[in-house]
Design a protein around this ligand. Structure first.
Ligand code: AHR
Length: 330
């Protein structure tokens, strides 16, 4: 019995050796292992960009929307565009819908500064990078990838510098402010107050919500309340200035009677300078589509980016307005 077991074990061993040996002999020499192929670089045609636009309140905004739509078409980016009609809740719903659709990147022009933390966290949890565009948010910087836009405080400071030059002996002015709580209105008001000479007093400040329609009645009310007491008006944007000028004209005030400065540098603002109503227009550039999509592509490819991208801007004056108007893109 013992001999039988020994023979069987020996036979199994011989069989196994026989089975392995030819295989080893016929195997091809081991290939040098190649590194896994690097992930192909993504291009614009791989991008789905979500742009929950905040509204259509001004010529600036119209130009900003056009910049995103035209750039997307040119580059082959799929753009998911919506208009929130100046309502934060609409922007938040649009962002949530984009997250569900699994977009590549969200570019958010926030109507106001606060109230974004929860939805930004949702985008982060879904691994969708967010670029804050135009106005700022007050959310922690870890919740978004970058901000591209204007330095609103500098725009306010530049506006104040114009009043300091025009009213060296001081005076009383009024302010038509942008949307309450928006980064643009908050920053411009702050920078303006920081740089305004102490002898210039802001008698009143009311919002015209960045629109012509609201700028006009605010100015009408101002003119009734402060008749004969003011030397100037500061407008947070050109559309409110255009609306207000209708009220100013109707009150019998002539171009140049009041010192007026606005922000944006739109064609409408240039026309106000040509007509003698505005003494300076501080630039705020809305053409942010190309920069945003360039940055979005870098994020998709994991390339290094700059967190805060500020637009290079200047101040326009009436002396060059007629010459420059035909060259203005917005
Ligand atoms: O946030 C930019 C501002 O928004 C522009 O100055 C204004 O015209 C727009 O509505």
């Amino acid at each position: 019995m013992k001999t039988m077991k020994f023979v069987s074990a020996a036979l199994v061993l011989i069989f196994l050796l026989a089975a392995c040996a030819p295989a080893a002999a016929t195997q091809a020499p081991a290939q040098a292992t190649t590194a896994p192929a690097a992930a192909a670089k993504k291009t614009y045609t791989d991008m789905t960009l979500c742009y929950p636009q905040l509204g259509a309140e001004s010529d600036w905004r119209t130009a900003n929307t056009a910049s995103f739509k035209e750039t997307a078409t040119k580059l082959g980016v799929k753009l998911i565009f919506s208009d929130a009609q100046q309502k934060q809740e609409n922007q938040i719903s649009a962002i949530r819908s984009c997250i569900q659709q699994g977009v590549s990147v969200i570019a958010l022009p926030p109507v106001v500064e606060t109230g974004w933390d929860a939805v930004l966290q949702e985008a982060k949890d879904a691994n969708i990078p967010v670029i804050v565009v135009d106005r700022s948010v007050s959310a922690p910087a870890s919740l978004y990838s970058a901000h591209i836009g204007s330095d609103m405080e500098i725009e306010g400071k530049r506006s104040a510098a114009e009043f300091n030059k025009m009213l060296p002996n001081g005076g009383n002015i009024l302010e038509l402010s942008g949307t309450t709580g928006s980064g643009a209105a908050v920053g411009r008001a702050k920078g303006f107050r920081e740089a305004l000479n102490a002898n210039i007093k802001i008698l009143d400040s009311q919002t015209g919500n960045f629109t012509r329609a609201e700028g006009k009645p605010v100015m009408e009310a101002f003119l009734k309340k402060y008749a004969g007491q003011i030397q100037g008006v500061f407008f947070h944007n050109d559309d409110m200035a255009i609306g207000a000028v209708e009220a100013i004209k109707a009150a019998g005030i002539k171009p140049g009677d009041l010192k007026m400065v606005s922000i944006d540098g739109t064609r409408g603002g240039f026309q106000l300078m040509i007509d003698g109503w505005l003494q300076a227009d501080v630039e705020c550039n809305p053409l942010l589509g190309p920069q945003t999509m360039d940055l979005a592509l870098k994020l998709m490819n994991g390339e290094p980016i700059t967190k805060e991208v500020l637009t290079d801007e200047s101040v326009y004056y009436p002396d060059k307005a007629a010459e420059l108007l035909p060259t203005r893109k917005y």
